[in-house]
Write a protein that binds this ligand. Structure first.
Ligand code: FE
Ligand code: FE
Length: 189
């Protein structure tokens, strides 16, 4: 089944194919995110961050279901295609988290990694909502937009947590400690 009526231009038919391809790309990404979040929950030290990841795991499971609904609306088979971008973002997050010992620094690394994921999703869903509208599929656009709103809200919460963490800890550069060591070594910069 085509997403667009047959009297429309071939350019639109190709956007139709691109749209389905990118839906499969984000479907794969969401499933990888659902797989990686339990480890983030496990590693998070701040209870608020842990809770935030738990909430977003439930939301992400729902994002997978919503995409399944979108495929259904379009009469397309629900399936993923490899998405090297999300694989890279998750791989890098795991690498960095594995190297950090300090708990608050680990939380900062987890927040940064999670924000990279949310920004990737916001970028993809933003495009998909616009394409769905262009293709006259407001039903799909509405569902995709619900997910987009949840990704944006998550990103905002992560920004707030990052800011409050930096305020609480005096920043990642630990200026107080440097001050003490500067006094101990008056010649140091
Ligand atoms: Fe998501
Ligand atoms: Fe997300």
């Amino acid at each position: 089944m085509s997403l667009v009526s047959t009297d429309q231009s071939s350019a639109l038919v190709s956007t139709d194919q691109l749209f389905v391809h990118k839906l499969r790309d984000i479907y794969y990404a969401e499933k990888q995110i659902v797989k990686s979040l339990p480890e983030m929950i496990e590693k998070a030290n701040n209870p608020q961050l842990k809770q935030g990841f738990q909430t977003h795991l439930r939301e992400s499971e729902n994002h997978v279901k919503r995409l399944d609904q979108v495929f259904g609306l379009l009469g397309k088979k629900t399936q993923g295609v490899d998405c090297p971008a999300i694989d890279g973002i998750i791989e890098e997050a795991e690498e960095v988290a594995g190297e950090v010992q300090n708990k608050s620094v680990l939380d900062a690394a987890l927040i940064a990694a999670a924000q990279a994921v949310e920004h990737y999703e916001m970028m993809r869903y933003g495009t998909l909502v616009a394409w769905a509208k262009q293709l006259g599929r407001n039903d799909a656009a509405t569902l995709l937009n619900q997910t987009l709103d949840e990704e944006k809200a998550t990103d905002k919460k992560l920004t707030e947590m990052a800011e409050s963490q930096i305020n609480r800890k005096g920043g990642l550069t630990r200026p107080r400690r440097r001050y003490v060591s500067d006094r101990a070594n008056p010649g140091a910069a």
